[in-house]
Design a protein around this ligand. Structure first.
Ligand code: ADP
Length: 627
């Protein structure tokens, strides 16, 4: 019999498949089942207009059979079939020039890259098979043909016997090697799990004959082997159901099965789009941080399906980083099953879908924020940091998208509030958004410089996360209102007269401040009086872009960066200590210096900073106590 040669391109691809080191060999089954399903689709659509086709919808099926002894897997369908010419052109030539073209461009890359997660259709059978036989009878033809190949040497086509229209593919599975246990594909449980994993939502039943041990009739302990036919796939994907059609319980249990999370999701998002591209999405916001969320093992992404067939497990292009906690899937009938990971990145349709996913997530979160605040606060406490990083990263590229989803603790409301809420209730004479940083809400609440702002009746946002102040720096302002740190030197709470009076006083005590500054050897830019303190004697304020809190955050990061905020030591001008200092300046400059050191240490401690010379300070305090 004549052995025909594969077309050059096909031969290369085939070669690649046979010698594949790709580990995900099990996808061959997904490919063959999808082909079978497509073939059935074609016959079914034909039947809508062709009354000669007697099959009813429920007659269509895909059969799987395994023979362990002969090492064969058989996949049969009652779809449209192929005639001699179609066997030749469809299986002898490769249709997937796309993946091959990709291979050409990336000649040096590993095979793995090309096969990727996607396989390349029919030829993937050769990853696991010694030989492949395709027997087919096309609809409308009275002859059947078989196609047989052992791989690159070529293929043979001949007439064969086949009763019904459709296609039967028989794979002879390779012998096991040191590295590969091909025999596992002959295991009924393995096959069932592969079908479940990739082809659960194929809309025709995938049936397999399974052997079961059953009690013999009338016997209590004698078993017999019976053969049963089992449908392996569940067929209707839950995400294809319209909103409201699937119960909450169904949606939740789908989530836990699929994403291995046994806590109920916080939010289920279902949506369908029709038009230029049609697709369904089913997304979940988990109710807690995934356990590996902050490890590098965590991969963001949504499952991607092409009409019920899984083509990618974690498609990261579908989610922006700041929504990386979202789980779920997207199914589109317009996506090709064999699109490669690299091609996907450039796929226009995928970009459109990704954009609409982002919009959908945002609108759901906004609705939650406005109408279910408690739920949103829970969400924000879990994933808010992620949103903040979203604002900060990429030079603030996404800040406008995200700024209204942020929450900060409010000094007046005693709970988390949005920036919009803050700005909407700003006092008439207020033109800035005040904030203060610290480790905890309680600690910030006690900060001396916060006291004065609160005293003026202004609301203060308390920032407790390292990223927070960087977020404000990137945002710059909200609705034109600037953010200002309670510890910034230009906070400007005074009236014109108060300012003038303070300036005068600072001016006339200049010499004293010089001596005080001297004692702190270049640790501060200067010493001066302030009005910003109410009861406390001293505080530390910063000037310029780096605040004291930022200094702490940046220096705690694992890199060599070492920054220092420019600081001033400020003294409460209405505190009794002022008189004492002035007197010491006249009578005992050395003691003035020692006092300054202690006051400076106090200010640092209040800011949550450490003291560089604790022994010295401790000795000084003891000295003052015993005097
Ligand atoms: P693809 O399915 O992406 O087109 P394949 O290499 O998997 O690529 O298959 C090539 C072609 O062979 C298919 O397009 C289809 O026309 C035909 N074919 C494959 N399997 C079957 C089948 N079971 N029944 C009918 N035609 C099939």
């Amino acid at each position: 019999m004549e052995t025909k040669q594969f077309k050059a391109e096909s031969k290369r691809l085939l070669d690649l498949m046979i010698n594949s080191i790709y580990t995900n060999k099990e996808i061959f089954l997904r490919e063959l089942i999808s082909n079978a399903s497509d073939a059935i689709d074609k016959l079914y659509y034909k039947s809508l207009t062709d009354s000669n086709i007697k099959l009813k919808k429920e007659d269509y099926k895909i059969d799987l059979a395994v023979d362990k002894e002969k090492r064969t897997i058989t996949i049969s369908d009652n779809g449209i079939g192929m005639n001699e010419e179609e066997l030749e052109t469809n299986l002898g030539t490769i249709a997937k020039s796309g993946s091959l073209a990709f291979k050409e461009e990336n000649e040096k890359k590993e095979d793995v890259d090309i096969i990727g997660q996607f396989g390349v259709g029919f030829y993937s059978a050769f990853m696991v098979s010694e030989s492949v036989k395709v027997e087919s009878k096309a609809y409308g033809s009275d002859k059947a043909y078989s196609w047989f190949s052992k791989g690159v040497e070529g293929y043979q086509i001949e007439e064969c016997q086949k009763e019904d229209v459709g296609t039967t593919i028989t794979l002879v599975i390779k012998q096991d090697t040191e590295e590969e246990k091909y025999s596992e594909f002959l295991d009924e449980y393995k096959l069932r799990s592969i079908v479940k994993k990739y082809s659960d939502y194929i809309h025709y039943p995938i049936k397999m004959e399974v052997e079961r041990q059953k009690l013999k009739e009338g016997s209590k302990d004698e078993y017999e082997t019976v053969v049963e036919i089992e449908t392996l796939n569940s067929m209707i994907p839950i995400w294809k159901k319209k909103k409201g059609e699937a119960t909450e319980e169904e949606l939740n249990s789908f989530y836990s099965e699929k994403f291995y999370d046994f806590e109920k999701p916080l939010k289920v998002i279902q949506a369908q789009a029709e038009g230029q591209y049609s697709y369904n999405m089913l997304l979940y916001i988990p109710s807690h941080l995934p356990y590996d969320y902050y490890t590098k093992e965590y991969e963001k992404g949504l499952q991607l399906y092409s009409n019920g067939v899984l083509i990618m497990d974690k498609c990261s292009d579908l989610l922006p980083d700041y929504y990386s906690f979202v789980k779920g899937l997207v199914d589109s009938q317009d996506l090709s099953l064999n699109i490669s990971r690299e091609m996907l990145q450039h796929d226009r349709q995928l970009k459109v879908i990704a954009k609409s996913i982002e919009k959908k997530i945002k609108s759901e979160l906004t609705t939650m924020l406005n109408h279910k605040r408690e739920e949103y606060v829970k969400f924000f406490e879990t994933f808010g940091t992620q949103l903040k990083f979203g604002v900060y990263n990429n030079y603030g590229m996404n800040k406008d998208e995200l700024k209204d989803l942020l929450l900060f603790y409010s000094s007046t409301e005693k709970k988390l509030v949005t920036l919009k809420e803050y700005v909407d209730r700003m006092k008439e004479n207020q033109d800035k958004i005040y904030y203060a940083c610290g480790e905890t809400i309680d600690k910030i609440d006690l900060l001396p410089q916060v006291e004065a702002i609160k005293d003026k009746g202004y609301e203060v946002l308390y920032l407790t996360e390292g990223i927070d102040e960087f977020v404000f720096q990137v945002l710059m302002n909200y609705e034109g209102k600037q953010f200002i740190n309670s510890g910034a030197n230009d906070i400007d709470l005074d009236s014109k007269e108060e300012k003038e009076q303070l300036q005068k006083e600072n001016e006339s005590n200049k010499a004293m401040f010089e001596i005080m500054k001297e004692s702190l050897v270049s640790q501060v830019e200067g010493v001066r009086f302030t009005h910003r303190l109410k009861n406390h004697p001293v505080c530390l304020v910063s000037e310029g872009t780096i605040s004291i809190e930022m200094e702490k955050v940046i220096n705690a990061m694992p890199n060599d960066q070492n920054v220092k905020a420019k600081t001033y030591l400020e003294i409460n001008d209405s505190h009794p200590i002022v008189e004492k200092l002035k007197k010491l300046y006249e009578t005992d400059k050395e003691t003035l210096k020692d006092y300054t050191k202690v006051l400076y240490s106090q200010a640092r401690l209040i800011e949550g900073l450490s003291i560089e010379n604790p022994t010295e300070i401790s000795n000084l305090i003891c000295k003052f106590i015993s005097e």
